[in-house]
Design a protein. Structure first.
Length: 207
């Protein structure tokens, strides 16, 4: 089920509009495949934290065995991933170093987990759940992969639901017991996260 929709959109720059379109498409894709699911729940766009420390994820998938953070990455230029893991964006035949979206997704996932570990009553509960990430890109064909081949954490946006289902099946096969995140637990967790969600401030009107 979809347990949190996207916030209202207040952006006005072309970059913000393009980002929101990609966000809407991913939310639609997740709703299409998991909107009626009894085992997989989705929260679209979360900002939670205390003080100045804020954990932000584009899309959060909850399943019986854990959490999966979906990070969207808008790729327009040709991209190369080197053997050492460095990401380069090519602009006019010139390589420009870019931050690895995989690293960013893991940092956001770990930030969210740290927030949950600190704030839930059952201390240590999330030590027993899986924590995974996926980076969804518009077209992996523009990525030049390292010698080892395509990275498991990256996929086309339309493949996200397949990757989520595959990961849940892997967890199910390797688990020795039922997942810790039952449907009631996932609802409680979603309600907790929604209650602490900090939407971006509404943009001020242009003068």
């Amino acid at each position: 089920m979809v347990l949190k929709e996207l916030d209202p959109f207040y952006g006005r720059t072309q970059e913000e509009i393009a980002g929101r379109i990609a966000q809407d498409r991913m939310a639609y894709h997740l709703r299409r495949f998991f909107g009626k699911s009894e085992n997989i729940d989705v929260l679209n766009y979360l900002r939670v934290g205390s003080g100045t420390a804020v954990a932000h994820v584009d899309h959060l998938v909850l399943h019986p065995y854990g959490l999966l953070v979906v990070e969207r990455e808008s790729l327009v230029d040709r991209v190369q991933v080197k053997d050492d893991g460095q990401w380069l964006r090519w602009r006019n035949d010139t390589p420009v170093e870019m931050r690895s979206p995989i690293t960013r997704a893991y940092l956001r996932a770990l930030s969210l987990k740290a927030f949950l570990d600190k704030n839930v009553k059952q201390k240590g509960f999330f030590e027993g759940v899986e924590l995974d990430i996926l980076v969804a890109v518009p077209d992996t064909n523009i990525i030049e992969w390292p010698a080892m081949g395509p990275l498991a954490e990256v996929c086309n946006a339309h493949e996200v639901h397949e990757r989520v289902n595959q990961r849940v099946m892997q967890c199910r096969r390797s688990a020795s017991a039922a997942g810790l995140l039952t449907a009631p637990e996932r609802r409680r967790l979603a309600e907790f996260l929604r209650s602490l969600h900090r939407p971006l401030a509404k943009a001020q009107p242009l003068p």
